[in-house]
Ligand binder design. Structure first.
Ligand code: TXA
Ligand code: MG
Length: 351
């Protein structure tokens, strides 16, 4: 165990002294958790093998699961990527800084420890100003997976990071609640045409509009029974897993509420502690040990922002059985359903 330093910052008035201290820790091979607009990241110097090893150890993450390299200016791509396709430039112009990660061929500068043994590298320029200042202070290349223990939902508050990693890392920068709440969209640019490996805030349609071409979605994301393994190694693990057994209920709204009420009652009689994830519109219909609305039914961005904190809340009060309504798949709703399905181990009941 080590002592984890804790510092509170705001994007508006960034404390340069704290950033300098955090940057030094990274340069010396230490680990610093920091806010991004998607989720909190656990940063280490991407160009030092030892830092990447430490990241895997702190998270308890399998070391074949590659890390995303975070940069703070476009030029930095040139050092870590072997070949930079035109599509990458177009996407960067439109979406960076922002919640988009691109997979490119890697250069010699990036150790295989950072890329989980792959010859490709994931690159993202986050939008959060604390993140950008930290990356600059660290020398420009910060490897950062989500700052959770492997298998837990990604952290959307510094408090979540503390729950998981206190005593295991050098420092936590607390920049308050994140804006988006789900991890970045990952697009692979190393094949003949672009492929989405992980859905996020930047949708397929947004990418297609900018690129003027069709963007495919990794087969393993579309079909849970696909034989082929997902190309983003991380997508094969049962991530985002709450302790309670999660079931998603889909169908016509009224039927869904009825079914969840019935199932909850039954489980509670059997001695289970039941949690329900619903919307503002349906919250009043439920009776369970913990009923939480993720937001207004049509506000998928609000739902995205709240999802992981709700799963953590259920864990902390010992919920053993969870029912969730299915949410709209529009916009970021697609990413919401992708994460929810993974959290549920694809356990869906249709009514
Ligand atoms: O929003 C985000 O992307 C956050 C914040 C901190 O930036 N980071 C994040 O990192 O979600 P992580 O490590 O939790 O997820 C990275 C995902 C994993 O599924 C990993 O397998 C995939 O990206 N990945 C990384 N490098 C890859 C590569 N070279 N080829 C394919 N997939 C890759
Ligand atoms: Mg993660």
């Amino acid at each position: 165990m080590m002592e984890t330093k804790y510092a509170i910052l705001t994007e508006k008035h960034i404390d340069r002294k704290i950033i300098k201290e955090a940057g030094k820790i990274l340069q010396k091979g230490g680990l610093v958790a920091f806010p991004t607009e998607t989720v909190y990241g656990l940063g280490g110097d991407a160009l030092q093998r030892e830092s990447s090893r430490k990241i895997y150890a702190a998270k308890g993450r399998p070391s074949d699961n590659p890390l995303i390299v975070h940069i703070c200016r476009w030029k930095a791509v040139k050092k870590i990527a072997g070949k930079i396709p035109q599509e990458a430039e177009k996407l960067a112009e439109n979406f960076w800084p922002g919640p988009l990660t691109m997979i490119l061929e890697k250069s010699e500068a990036v150790p295989l420890e950072t890329t989980g043994g792959l010859q490709t590298v994931a690159v993202r320029m986050p939008e959060n100003k604390i993140a950008l200042a930290l990356i600059a202070a660290a020398g420009g290349y910060v490897a950062a997976p989500s700052a959770n223990l492997s298998g837990k939902p990604s952290p959307t508050l510094a408090e979540h990071v503390r729950e998981d990693l206190d005593g295991k890392i050098d420092m936590i920068l607390d920049g308050g609640a994140v804006g988006i709440g789900l991890e970045s969209t990952i697009v692979d640019l190393t094949e003949n045409s672009p492929v989405i490996l992980r859905p996020g805030y930047i949708t397929k349609e947004m990418l297609e509009t900018v690129l003027g071409m069709e963007v495919a979605v990794d087969a393993a994301l579309v079909d849970s029974n696909a034989k082929q393994a997902p190309k983003a190694p991380g997508m094969k693990y049962r991530h985002y897993a709450p302790r309670g057994e999660l079931t998603i209920v889909t169908g016509e709204a009224a039927h869904v509420t009825d079914a969840i009420c019935r199932l909850s009652r039954k489980k509670r009689l059997e001695g289970e502690k039941v949690g329900v994830i619903c919307t503002d519109e349906t919250k009043m219909f439920y009776e369970a040990d913990c009923v939480v609305s993720a937001g207004e039914k049509t506000d998928t961005e609000e739902i995205a922002r709240h999802l992981y904190a709700i799963l953590r809340q259920f864990d902390s009060v010992g919920i053993t059985c969870i029912y969730s309504e299915a949410f709209s798949g529009r916009g970021i709703g697609q990413a919401v359903m992708n994460r929810l399905l993974k959290a549920a181990g694809h356990h869906v009941v249709e009514v």
